[in-house]
Design a protein around this ligand. Structure first.
Ligand code: HEM
Length: 178
């Protein structure tokens, strides 16, 4: 009963996230057709929205792993974590990561012509962030078959990776130290 309630709540959240994504993609497509003078600023705004959504997932998913690692395989809690992890990855994180890349590469090409030490360093660190995303995605599949062998402490430690990368990435793009 408890599981059913949680699944339907998560399915409602999934529908809302789909609607938000459709709105977001339509807005982006409309901007490319309309081509306002300040298109760069519009794309930067969309880039930041996508970044926030991606980072929210990268922070929350390992928190779910921390509690999931201590849940009894086959228990209601464990099955609920599986649904939450799967939906977070598929509905929020994967699309947000793709949109962050698309808008980020547009910004890098349109005004900066892919030039600048800060930009190269930033792209390098975003590649590392993407590797963390793929690693977490694999962990979702391992948890789904009750195959996780790592402790909650391990996941607490892994939780810090996206935080550290994000801090350096934001300093690079705002301060542009080199
Ligand atoms: C996916 C690859 C990415 C590329 C190619 C990229 C590239 C860019 C570029 C070229 C700008 C415009 C900078 C300017 O003209 O001042 C920008 C803005 C920004 N990016 Fe990214 N970015 C990427 C991912 C990310 C990620 C992962 C984060 C955060 C963790 C991030 C955070 C920001 C922020 C906060 C701004 C606004 C900076 C400002 O206006 O001062 N970006 N990005």
């Amino acid at each position: 009963m408890e599981k059913q309630t949680d699944t339907s709540a998560s399915s409602y959240a999934g529908k809302r996230a789909h609607l938000a994504m459709v709105f977001f993609v339509l807005l982006a497509a409309g901007l490319f057709v309309w081509r306002p003078d300040n298109l760069y600023l519009w794309i930067k705004a969309l880039h930041i929205v996508a970044v926030i959504s991606w980072m929210a997932g990268l922070f929350y998913l390992p928190r779910l792993f921390i509690y999931h690692a201590d849940a009894e395989p086959g228990s209601v809690q464990s099955e609920t974590f599986k649904v939450m992890e799967h939906r977070l990855l598929r509905i929020i994180m994967n699309p947000a990561m793709m949109l962050t890349w698309i808008f980020g590469l547009y910004l890098a090409w349109s005004v900066h012509g892919f030039q600048g030490g800060w930009l190269h360093a930033k792209i390098g660190l975003v590649v590392a962030l993407t590797a963390v995303h793929i690693f977490f995605g694999r962990a979702v599949r391992v948890f789904a078959r009750d195959g996780n062998r790592h402790s909650a402490r391990y996941w607490r430690f892994m939780n810090e990776a996206p935080t550290l990368l994000m801090i350096v990435i934001v300093i690079l793009v705002v301060v542009k130290p080199f």
